[in-house]
Design a protein around this ligand. Structure first.
Ligand code: SF4
Ligand code: SF4
Length: 376
C-alpha cells in the first residue's frame, strides 16, 4: 500500500532518530501495550488494518514528545496513522457517534453565531463546553473582557478538534477553514480562546489569526483576596497546553491572587498527564483512558484539583474533587466547598441555544452570521 508523504516522513523520522531509551514508554500505558516508538514505526504496515487502528488508542497528549531526549514527536506519527486509516475507510464511526454528533451540532446553524460589533478585530471564542456547562460565567467572562476591548465580538462555533484528532483531516480542514476565512474576511485579527483545545487549533491552523487565552485577562483583574490562606489546591495543566508556559503561569497567578496556596503535583506543565479525554480514546479503551486519571488521583494528595479545561474538569471529576478555574474565580468559596452547579447533557445543549439568544440581544453588531444548515 502507498503511504501519504506526511506519514512516510513521520515513520522514517521516528525510525531513524528514536534511540529506544523507553522514557516515553515508562510514562504511557498505550506504549507499554504496543512497544517503543521506533519498533512501532519499523513494523508499521499499512496493509495490516490492525496496525492502523492501534493509533486510535493513543491519547495524542504529547507526553512522549515532552520527555523525549532526542526531540521527536511520536504523537504526530500516531495522528498521521489515524489519518491513513480514515483515508482507507477503516474507522468504525459507530463507536464515535456520540462525540461526532456533539461536534456536528457545534457547527450547525442552530448553535453557531458570529456577532461582530463595529470596528471589531478581536473576538471571544468560548468553544462548546464552557457555554453549555457554565452559560452565565461565559457571559461574565465576555463582559469582563469587553471592559478592556470595547469592540470585542463573540464567535459561538466549534473548532472541530474532535474530527482533527480522529484523523478526519479533510472534514476538519473544510470546517475549520470555512470559519477561518470568514473571520479573516471580516477583519478579525485576534481570537481569545477559553478552551485549551480551541487555543491549540487556532495556534496551529489559524495562519494570520493571532490567538490569546482568556486567562491573561483574568489574571490581570484586581481581586479582593478572600481569606483563603489556609486553603491549598493543586493545578492540573491540560495536555493541549503543555508547551504554553505563559498560560500555565497566568492560571497560577489567578489562584495566588485569590489568596490560595498551591501544592504542585509531580507531573505538571510540560510533563502534565492527559485527563483521559484525549484523542477520544475512551470510546475504544476505558482501561487506557482511565489509567491517566488513576495516576493524577495518586498525585493530587487529597487537594482539590483546579484545571482550566472544561473537558478535563469533567473527566477527572469522576474520581476526585475538581473545579474549573472560571468557577473558582467567580465563586471562590462555593467552588472550594464543592457546591458549584455544573450543567450536564442534555441541558448543555439548551444552555447553548439560550446563550446565543441572550448574546444576540445584548450585543450591538454590524456583522451577524450563522453557519449554513448542514454545511458539510
Ligand atoms: S501521545 Fe500520549 S498516549 Fe500517545 S504515545 Fe505519546 S504519551 Fe502515549
Ligand atoms: S523517549 Fe524518544 S528516544 Fe526514547 S523511546 Fe521514546 S521516542 Fe524513542
Amino acid at each position: 500500500m502507498i503511504l501519504s508523504n506526511t506519514l512516510s516522513a513521520k515513520l522514517s523520522e521516528i525510525s531513524q532518530k528514536c534511540i529506544k531509551c523507553e522514557l516515553c514508554v515508562k510514562e504511557c500505558a498505550f506504549l507499554r501495550r504496543y512497544g517503543k516508538p521506533k519498533d512501532i514505526a519499523d513494523q508499521y504496515d499499512s496493509g495490516e488494518q490492525i496496525n492502523r487502528l492501534m493509533a486510535f488508542e493513543c491519547s495524542l497528549c504529547q507526553l512522549c514528545t515532552a520527555v523525549c531526549p532526542v526531540g521527536i514527536n511520536p504523537s504526530g506519527m500516531f495522528l498521521e496513522m489515524r489519518c491513513d486509516a480514515i483515508t482507507r475507510g477503516d474507522s468504525d464511526f459507530d463507536k464515535y457517534k456520540h462525540i461526532l454528533t456533539y461536534e456536528m451540532r457545534g457547527i450547525s446553524k442552530r448553535y453557531t453565531w458570529y456577532g461582530l460589533p463595529e470596528k471589531c478585530d478581536t473576538v471571544f471564542f468560548p468553544g462548546c463546553a464552557l457555554p453549555g456547562t457554565r452559560p452565565d460565567k461565559t457571559i461574565a467572562v465576555f463582559e469582563l473582557m469587553q471592559k478592556k476591548i470595547s469592540s470585542l465580538g463573540i464567535v459561538l462555533d466549534c473548532c472541530t478538534n474532535i474530527s482533527h484528532d480522529l484523523g478526519r483531516k479533510e472534514f476538519f480542514l473544510s470546517a475549520f477553514g470555512e470559519m477561518k476565512q470568514f473571520l479573516i474576511q471580516n477583519g478579525v485579527k485576534t481570537v481569545i480562546a477559553a478552551c485549551p483545545t480551541c487555543y491549540k487549533i487556532f495556534d496551529q491552523y489559524g495562519e494570520s489569526i493571532n490567538v490569546k487565552s482568556i486567562y491573561e485577562f483574568i489574571a490581570d483583574q484586581k481581586i479582593r483576596k478572600i481569606n483563603n490562606e489556609a486553603q491549598t489546591v493543586t493545578i492540573h495543566d491540560p495536555c493541549a497546553l503543555r508547551f504554553n508556559g505563559h498560560i500555565q503561569d497566568d492560571v497560577r497567578r489567578i489562584v495566588s491572587n485569590l489568596g490560595l496556596a498551591i501544592n504542585e503535583m509531580p507531573r505538571i506543565r510540560e510533563k502534565t498527564l492527559c485527563c483521559g479525554g484525549g484523542g477520544s480514546v475512551k470510546y475504544l479503551s476505558c482501561y487506557l483512558s482511565e489509567k491517566w486519571a488513576d495516576v493524577i488521583k495518586q498525585e493530587q494528595s487529597g487537594n482539590r484539583v483546579i484545571t482550566y479545561c472544561a473537558g478535563c474538569a469533567s473527566s477527572l471529576g469522576k474520581s476526585m474533587p475538581v473545579s474549573h478555574i472560571i468557577d473558582l474565580f467567580f465563586d471562590t468559596n462555593a467552588t472550594l466547598a464543592g457546591k458549584i452547579k455544573v450543567y450536564k447533557s442534555p441541558m448543555t445543549y439548551l444552555n447553548r441555544i439560550n446563550l446565543k439568544r441572550r448574546l444576540k440581544k445584548i450585543l450591538k453588531t454590524v456583522v451577524s452570521y450563522e453557519r449554513a444548515e448542514r454545511p458539510f
